[in-house]
Design a protein around this ligand. Structure first.
Ligand SMILES: [Zn+2]
Length: 153
């Protein structure tokens, strides 16, 4: 099932099964955070962002309150998506305390991510999944604009 969220005249589209897959990964990593990259594509008028897939980092460090991913070894995978017209659109990670509110660290990381030269998108998406040991409590999609995070939906 496809879900469409809005922020002003922007749409974000994703499937329920994507959230189910990420939730499972989050439950398995509980009580530590886990996360990775989001893959997607924009509509021709750039008004709709379709989240199509995700990539797990090969290397990362995580604790119950932090998650740092590494892009090492993933270039070929990103290239494969790119050849299908899909590309990096943002980041996702879990919060094992169950809340999908973003932290000041999350905001800083997204600002760095937008300023990083290898990332060409202007408004990266951040998906936070608040999880418990065996379920999803809530999830929120944000996008970065002018160094602030705005919630979709
Ligand atoms: Zn966070």
């Amino acid at each position: 099932m496809r879900i469409i969220l809005k922020y002003k005249n922007l749409n974000l589209e994703y499937s329920e099964s994507l959230i189910e897959k990420l939730t499972k990964i989050g439950n398995n990593s509980y009580p530590n955070e886990v996360g990775g990259f989001l893959i997607g594509k924009y509509s021709e008028d750039l008004k709709t962002l379709n989240i199509t897939d995700f990539i797990m980092p090969k290397k990362y460090t995580s604790t119950p309150i932090s998650f740092i991913r590494n892009i090492e070894g993933l270039l070929d995978l990103f290239k494969r998506f790119f050849s299908k017209g899909q590309y990096y659109v943002g980041e996702w990670h879990t919060h094992p305390n169950g809340s999908s509110d973003y932290s000041s660290t999350d905001l800083r990381a997204m600002i760095n991510c937008a300023e990083c030269s290898t990332v060409s998108i202007e408004n990266p998406v951040l998906l936070i999944l608040g999880v418990s040991k065996n379920s999803l409590i809530e999830h929120t999609f944000y996008h970065l604009k002018n160094k602030a995070l705005y919630k979709y939906g």
